[in-house]
Design a binder for this molecule. Structure first.
Ligand code: HAM
Length: 426
């Protein structure tokens, strides 16, 4: 029988790497709390039409990458339903916002999420079929200030603070405005016309996109096509006055907060719901899949899926890519316990468990050995997993004085049990 393996594009995360994941998530939760965001958890699968209507039928995500299945009816009263593993979380958050009538509070909803997403992409470093996103959305009725450029700038400033808190240095914020949906439609036509004379000199994908979805030409990475793309009309020139003013106000607030950015006229993003501000944070340490995170404004998404007017802005960070970036920046210290307890003989196992419990309750990380091990084997195991070894023999139990050896210094010390916690915590 062939051995079973994790499915292509999925991975097991093992210690010690998982401690890095936990550190990232704990830091994100702390930063979100400082900005007064609350956590939302939406289901991992949704009705397929949510993504078709929200993210857009023509996007790569919806047309090629979704895990969709027909969920059979189990009873006559049930109907079969097309379900999809979520490829992203914004559509689910906006669905929940509508379903729970969060707009009726009249307040801005500031929500964050951490969890798995699924896309059938070609796997490579930094690109998986199951990956994890840490994201946040700010959404609410216009009367709550949800359209204000200050919301965009605050989200971007929060991201700069979060990346700093994570210890990620050397990132670049690329920003653009794609205007209103009318601006985008107008630009699409301008681009379509501009591509007619030049498309025959471009790559096969671009020739196809020039007809089906001209905006996607801007994503092309083929080196020979770059001078042609750079000479195409820019979306900035198709924006209406209101979108131009909005964008200028976002940039002015970023300048005031000293958040550095680069304007990228080609950043139109691959999801259909974006309006006005779009952005990505990139990092050189990531190679080809260099987007640490992406996001933008989606002022019409709620209406597109049957809800009230509820402009919003948000982002999602690829947690897998945060881990890769941090690994490229630092060599993670191996995970070691504060102490290893070595009972000398199986009869001392119960006493060793009692000692381990006492030390763990005091907050120390303890590895518990086994009395059947010879002392040499206990030392070898302890050296791999802990900073110190605590020897618990009959003498130690009777006298309450324990023998502790620290591996880094090589010193062996007699420590009274009452002082053990303080000694090991040093
Ligand atoms: P997105 O650009 O599709 O946007 O994904 C955001 C981030 O998720 C990417 O920058 C990348 O770091 C990570 N990511 C995407 N696909 C993969 C993959 N296959 N493997 C590993 N990481 C991946 C969204 O998902 C939007 N919902 C963001 C948003 C929130 N816009 C507004 N609010």
């Amino acid at each position: 029988m062939s051995t079973l393996k994790a499915v292509r594009g999925t991975r097991d995360l093992l210690p010690p790497e998982t401690s890095l994941w936990n550190r990232i998530e704990a830091t994100a939760r702390q930063v979100f709390a400082r900005y007064n965001f609350g956590e939302i958890r939406t289901p991992v699968f949704e009705d397929t039409s949510l993504f078709a209507r929200g993210v857009g039928e023509e996007t790569d995500i919806v047309s090629k990458e979704m895990y969709t299945w027909e969920d059979r009816a189990r009873a006559q009263s049930e109907k079969p339903q097309s379900l999809t593993l979520r490829p992203e979380n914004t559509a689910g958050v906006v669905r929940a916002y509508i379903e729970h009538k969060l707009g009726e509070t009249g307040q801005l909803q500031k929500l964050y999420y951490i969890g798995p997403q699924f896309r059938r992409e070609r796997p490579q470093k930094g690109r998986y079929r199951q990956f994890s996103q840490i994201g946040a959305e700010v959404i609410g009725p216009p009367s709550a200030g949800s359209e204000s450029p200050l919301r965009d700038a605050e989200v971007l400033e929060m991201l700069a603070a979060l990346l700093d808190a994570l210890g990620i240095t050397g990132w670049t914020l690329e920003i653009n405005s794609v205007g209103s949906s009318a601006d985008r439609a107008r630009y699409n036509e301008v681009l379509r016309a501009a591509l007619i004379p030049v498309a025959p000199q471009m790559c096969g994908d671009c020739q196809r996109r020039a007809v089906t979805n001209p905006l996607r030409v801007l994503d092309c990475k083929v080196p020979e096509d770059q001078p042609i793309i750079d000479a195409l009309p820019k979306i900035t020139d198709s924006l209406d006055e209101a979108s131009k003013t909005h964008f200028a106000a976002v940039l002015a607030a970023l300048d005031a907060a000293a958040v550095p950015y680069t304007r990228n006229h080609r950043l139109v993003r691959g999801l259909d719901y974006y309006t006005r501000t779009t952005f990505e944070f990139t990092h050189g340490g990531l190679g080809a899949q260099n987007a640490l995170l992406g996001g933008g404004r989606y002022d019409g998404l709620s209406e597109a899926i049957g809800g009230p007017k509820a402009p919003g802005i948000g982002f999602a960070m690829g947690e897998d890519r945060l881990v890769l970036t941090l690994q490229s920046l630092e060599s993670a210290p191996p995970q070691v316990a504060d102490a290893y307890i070595a009972p000398l003989g199986e009869s001392l196992n119960p006493a060793a468990l009692a000692l381990a419990r006492e030390l763990r309750l005091a907050g120390l990380a303890i590895e518990l050995g086994d009395g059947s091990f010879r002392l040499k084997k206990s030392f070898e195991a302890a050296d791999k997993t802990a900073r110190s070894i605590v020897i618990l023999g009959e003498d130690e139990r009777a006298s309450g004085i324990l023998t502790v050896k620290n591996f880094a210094s090589g010193t062996q010390t007699k420590v009274p049990r009452t002082e053990l916690v303080a000694f090991l915590a040093k």
